[in-house]
Design a protein around this ligand. Structure first.
Ligand code: FDA
Length: 309
């Protein structure tokens, strides 16, 4: 119930306009966001790199409403790539197709993403296309296939274990030897498309991971990023990898900035690859609301900010 309410609020432009003005809410949001400016995000990535942790940089923004804003978002990503290169940082980038204008014009979106991937290729860098709500799953995977069809290898996608369709999508991605980030899924989805129970989502996560680690997937060069803060899943993954001879450099764990830093450090110290998703920018509202929805206990943390002078 609370999750649905918070996810509903995350899509409300009215609530956004009102809540974004509140200084305590802004302060609370910055637990999960590196700052408003690229420089601040670069400083966070540098600190992570010093601890042996890699990053993926996300410039906040989604469901862009004008072509100009979509083109600006693409320009910002070119700046990020240049900054990563100039600062010699270990960081990929993650972007959302609706930020690049998917709602407005699919070709505009494709051309922008292609430009970013081509630039990343020059820098020997990698671009992850985040997965948004189920309304975009087909279009996102199609665009990914189109990019691969044009010969780009330095691009990956995301699969959400809460969707019933994900098994089929994973099977197709394995044929392509894809680089897949596996997560549970962060949007409000109806039971017609997504498992309603957490238990089913978690079980499906393990089944999908097994598939991504199957012998045919390994032969085709499939690479998996295990994006979760769920310790049980991490422990399962570690045991499975060990039992099946999957080397530590054939996968990585991914976590979000501001969440479970203890686990980020512990995994790194045990020799696992860890990448942290670092978001920055002014459009923090929907991102922050999804983080609240994932863990309603975060509301207490928000309340502390609200009542603190
Ligand atoms: P779960 O929700 O079961 O939480 C397990 C534990 O993790 C909690 O008990 C708590 O300790 C901690 N935790 C989880 N979320 C927290 C939070 N918000 N605040 C504090 N603690 C928290 N989704 C999507 O739909 N598309 C995408 O492209 C991505 N991309 C992505 C990248 C990366 C690197 C990560 C880690 C996650 C995503 N996600 C995503 C989000 C993902 O789908 C999911 O909503 C969150 O990761 C929360 O689920 P967990 O797997 O962490 O487990």
């Amino acid at each position: 119930m609370l999750r649905q309410l918070l996810l509903g609020l995350s899509r409300s432009r009215r609530a956004q306009a009102w809540l974004m003005k509140s200084p305590p809410i802004r302060r609370a949001a910055y637990r999960f966001v590196a700052g408003e400016a690229l420089d601040e995000a670069i400083a966070v990535v540098r600190t992570l790199n010093e601890q042996g942790i890699s990053a993926t940089l996300d410039h906040l923004g989604e469901n862009t409403q004008t072509r100009q804003a979509a083109l600006q978002a693409a320009q910002e990503y070119l700046k990020i790539l240049a900054a990563i290169h100039q600062n010699n940082l270990n960081s990929h980038i993650s972007l959302k197709l609706t930020q690049m204008g998917l709602d407005l014009d699919e070709d505009l979106c494709f051309e922008s993403v292609k430009q970013i991937i081509a630039r990343a290729q020059q820098y020997k860098n990698f671009v992850r296309i985040d997965m948004e709500s189920s309304a975009y799953t087909d279009r996102t995977l199609k665009l990914y296939e189109r990019l691969r069809g044009e010969g780009y290898e330095n691009v990956g996608v995301v699969i959400q274990s809460y969707l019933y369709r994900s098994r089929q999508d994973v099977e197709r991605l394995i044929q392509m030897g894809a680089n897949v980030r596996l997560c549970k899924g962060a949007y409000a989805e109806p039971p017609a498309v997504a498992f309603p129970s957490r238990r089913a989502v978690n079980e499906n996560y393990l089944r999908l991971l097994e598939l991504l680690w199957s012998a045919p997937a390994q032969e085709r060069g499939t690479y998996v990023a295990i994006a979760t803060h769920d310790e049980k899943i991490m422990e399962w993954a570690k045991r499975f990898a060990l039992a099946h001879g999957i080397a530590k450099d054939r996968f990585e764990f991914q976590m979000l900035y501001g969440i479970r830093r203890d686990l980020q450090t512990a995994l790194t110290q045990s020799g696992y690859r860890v990448r942290v998703y670092v978001s920055y920018g002014r459009e923090w509202y929907p991102y922050f609301m999804r983080r609240l929805a994932e863990r309603p206990a975060n509301l207490f943390f928000l309340a502390r900010h609200l009542f603190r002078k």
